[in-house]
Design a protein around this ligand. Structure first.
Ligand code: SF4
Length: 109
């Protein structure tokens, strides 16, 4: 009888331990989900003239830029509308600012 109880206790303790570990693992997975932001020095960003804030675009240098253009209304932007940082098809594994812009901006249909 005491063997059965001790096995039950051992299984119960194992289940409690597994439950306790589940929370930190989910927190680690959530933290890893946030991808890095595209840096101004990123070679692709430089090549595409990416600006984290479209309001800082030099209109003489980037003549295709129009004030109503930003990543938020670009066809290439992915993710959830309203998020400040979202994935872009041109920067795999990184996030761009919704207020950003680059010279391959395409109007979202
Ligand atoms: Fe922003 Fe569009 Fe350029 Fe991506 S392709 S950085 S969403 S303007």
């Amino acid at each position: 009888m005491s063997d059965i109880l001790s096995r039950r206790d051992a299984l119960k303790n194992l289940a409690l331990a597994a439950g306790a570990l589940a929370v930190p693992v989910s927190r680690i997975a959530g933290a890893a989900a946030e991808a890095p932001h595209v840096a101004a020095t990123d070679p692709t960003a430089v090549a595409l003239g990416y600006h984290e804030d479209a309001k800082t675009v030099d209109v003489k240098k980037f003549v295709t830029y129009k004030p109503d253009q930003s990543c938020a209304n670009c066809l290439q932007l992915q993710g959830k509308a309203g998020d400040a940082w979202r994935p872009c098809n041109l920067f795999p594994g990184k996030l761009v600012s919704e207020k950003g812009w680059c010279k391959v901006w395409v109007k979202k249909a």
